[in-house]
Design a protein around this ligand. Structure first.
Ligand SMILES: [Mg+2]
Length: 273
């Protein structure tokens, strides 16, 4: 089930956007009439359920087929926009290779057949990386995931460690080893970024080139890290939809990634019928 924005939960900007359901809005934008949209999709928590560890997720076959079909129908204007590195996205969705941005905008390719491009200097210094890994080791149960241009500290297994982990990260980032680093809180994860990019910049980059240029953007995301992209959508005449909770810029909310998958799969089946 998708549900309309609850004005009691949403801020004024969201409530003003009305109560159209996320499913109906996505259906409408994917209809033939709206085939001039560019579809941008976060992955974890949006297309895929959040599971215990990032490497335990699986892409259902019918989702992979639906994405392939939508990518074709939108003339290539469908991209994954994720915090995961691009190589991980390719492994997850293989053999499908879509336009994608990884590492919260630090890596990208505009078409599946293109080589990856990457922001210059979007890397940690050796001392910075070691300090962060050491900090993770001091909190048993915290899983450190080194993504190259960012380092994620997952505390899903030890939620009670969250406040102390956050405090330690804040201290580190205020110190000399924190120069140039940025903290991005997510769902049971703190991600430290070695670059200044975000998903809004990633989407602007896609929209600056074919086949995305000139299309109305539609972005679906679930987490704090998706908020810059959701907030960008109204500015560009686009549509933002969130998953699990209202967010500024999102016109409606999907209850669960399952509903996002079902809506995408059913939309492609309808057009094939
Ligand atoms: Mg997400």
């Amino acid at each position: 089930m998708s549900r309309p924005i609850d004005p009691g939960l949403a801020d004024a900007a969201i409530a003003a956007c009305g109560d159209a359901s996320a499913r109906a809005l996505l259906d409408d934008w994917l209809s033939e009439r709206e085939a001039r949209c560019a579809l941008f999709l976060d992955v974890d928590g949006t297309l895929l359920d959040i599971v215990a560890t990032p490497d335990a997720v699986r892409v259902p076959d019918d989702l992979r087929t639906a994405l392939q079909s939508l990518h074709r129908r939108l003339d290539g204007a469908l991209a994954l926009v994720s915090g995961r590195p691009l190589a991980q996205l390719d492994d997850l969705f293989a053999p499908l290779r879509l336009p994608a941005s990884g590492g919260h905008g630090a890596q990208w390719r505009l078409a599946g057949g293109q080589p990856m491009r990457q922001l210059p200097a979007a890397r940690f210094g050796a001392a910075q990386r070691e300090r962060l890994l050491a900090l993770a080791r001091r909190h048993p149960g915290v899983l450190a995931e080194d993504k190259g241009s960012s380092l994620a500290l997952h505390y899903r297994a030890v939620p009670e460690a969250g406040p102390a982990l956050r405090a330690a990260l804040d201290r580190l980032l205020r110190g000399p080893d924190g120069a140039g680093l940025r903290l991005l809180p997510g769902k049971m994860v703190f991600e430290v970024l070695a670059h200044a990019s975000d998903k809004a910049q990633a989407i602007r980059r896609f929209l600056g080139a074919p086949p995305f240029a000139g299309r109305r953007p539609l972005f679906i995301g679930d987490d704090h890290t998706d908020e810059p992209a959701l907030a960008l959508m109204p500015q560009l005449g686009g549509l933002g939809l969130s998953v699990g909770r209202p967010a500024p810029g999102a016109r409606a909310v999907f209850d669960h990634p399952r509903t996002v998958r079902e809506t995408l799969i059913q939309a492609t089946r309808r057009t094939q019928a």
